[in-house]
Design a protein around this ligand. Structure first.
Ligand code: HEC
Length: 135
């Protein structure tokens, strides 16, 4: 079971657009920057910027293989929940990218809030465990 979860997760986390120098920390810094752009876009009503920033989150670079392996070793079966948080952020950002020009402001705000909840849920559960093993 554990091996299967491990394998599925490695496959799920592999989005095929990563540059060689990407690592989890700078991918996250990118997400932080893009999330701030979404908030900023909501505040000034710039739908184009919102769609662009959401697209960058949805297509964030892949975590490099050596880090995926370290994370999977550290988390064991919990890797499934880790991947689940990533998936929630992915679907919400994709939704914002696709509907950003037409959705109501309330809908955009709700998705943005849900996304932040998913970001922080993963941080609360796993950041403290993962950060030290990737240094
Ligand atoms: C699946 C788990 C997970 C999700 C989802 C997630 N993060 Fe993270 N995030 C982490 C981990 C783990 C670290 C610590 C990385 C490290 O220290 O190498 C981190 C670190 C960060 C950092 C700090 C980077 C630094 O310089 O120390 C920022 C900013 C960040 N995430 C933003 C976001 C945003 C914004 C989202 C949602 C759009 C998000 N994260 C979603 C796991 C996640």
């Amino acid at each position: 079971m554990r091996k299967i979860v491990f394998f599925i997760t490695l496959v799920c986390l592999a989005v095929p657009v990563g540059a060689a120098e990407d690592n989890l920390k700078n991918i996250m810094q990118g997400l932080g920057h893009n999330f701030a752009q979404i908030v900023d876009a909501l505040l000034v009503g710039d739908r184009e910027q919102l769609v662009q920033a959401a697209g960058k989150i949805a297509q964030h670079p892949e975590i490099p293989a050596y880090q995926r392996i370290l994370i999977a070793e550290e988390l064991g079966e919990k890797i499934a929940q880790f991947a689940q948080f990533d998936q929630v952020v992915h679907s919400l950002s994709l939704g914002l990218q696709e509907t950003g020009l037409v959705a109501t402001e309330a809908e955009l705000l709700a998705s943005t809030q849900e996304m932040l909840t998913a970001c922080l849920s993963c941080h609360t559960a796993y950041k403290g465990r993962i950060s030290p093993i990737l240094e």
